[in-house]
Ligand binder design. Structure first.
Ligand SMILES: [Zn+2]
Length: 253
């Protein structure tokens, strides 16, 4: 599986603050930085996007991805998310106020955008990938995703505070090659992490004890202002196989 990091916070570079991963050039996990990170030619290949939750740092490039490619022959986009997340995007993003409702454009019969609700823990397939949404513990309804192909699988928690079911499911994934999870705030901002449903290095450590598999863990989501402190605190956990996701890098799993 080819995984390109389009956006993952992590520094004073374009795309900081945004989250988006691209699998095999065609399926995106979250869409904080798709239209900005990809050329127009690359953008039209992205036909399917899994959205973990409605927060803008995971969705804000969707309007421009559609707008940029709306008139491209045959362009259409399918967005998969939990039912509550679909409702939020319909009510607050594609609502004909914030942005046009592309689920009925150019017409109701052949819309350019389809919003597809997925059930937790019910696998579905796209382009040879098997995908499963697992609810996690953020301040809005949020799912992490398991992404599997014939060669391997990765697990992406998306934004979450301490959580349980995600790790239980991840521990059973055959061919698991990597886990991607978050660490948003330094330990000094633990209270803020707690009320906003995020992890600090101090709460990451017990989360990683729930992972019973010996695979590399990649971190995203460090707030750019606190990146150096977060990196130092993660380093002091002295965990083997724990590293930060690198924006712009392509990984093979
Ligand atoms: Zn969030």
């Amino acid at each position: 599986m080819k995984l390109k990091v389009l956006g993952c916070y992590g520094g004073n570079i374009p795309g900081h603050g945004m989250t988006s991963l691209l699998v095999n050039d065609t399926v995106a996990l979250d869409a904080g930085w798709v239209s900005s990170a990809l050329s127009l030619r690359e953008q039209v290949k992205v036909k399917d996007i899994l959205i973990s939750h409605s927060h803008l740092d995971h969705t804000c490039s969707l309007p421009f991805l559609i707008d940029n490619n709306f008139s491209h022959p045959g362009f259409n986009l399918r967005i998969y998310a939990l039912r509550e997340v679909v409702a939020s995007m319909k009510n607050h993003l594609f609502n004909n106020l914030t942005w046009p409702d592309f689920t009925s454009l150019p017409n109701d019969m052949t819309p350019v955008l389809k919003l597809i609700a997925v059930e937790p823990e019910q696998p579905f397939t796209i382009n040879g990938l098997t995908l499963t949404a697992i609810p996690v513990s953020h301040i809005v309804p949020t799912a992490g995703f398991i992404v599997e192909d014939k060669k391997g699988a990765i697990a992406f928690s998306s934004d979450t505070g301490p959580t349980e079911r995600f790790w239980e499911v991840v521990n059973k994934v055959k061919k698991l090659k990597a886990v991607i999870t978050e660490t948003s705030f330094p330990n000094a901002l633990q209270d803020l992490a707690h009320v906003s449903g995020h992890l600090t290095p101090a709460t990451l450590d017990p989360e990683l004890r729930k992972l019973k598999r010996d695979v590399p863990v990649f971190l995203y989501g460090a707030k750019p202002k606190h990146l150096k402190v977060i990196k130092d605190e993660v380093q002091s956990l002295k965990r083997r196989n724990l590293r930060f996701l690198v924006q712009g890098k392509t990984y093979q799993f």
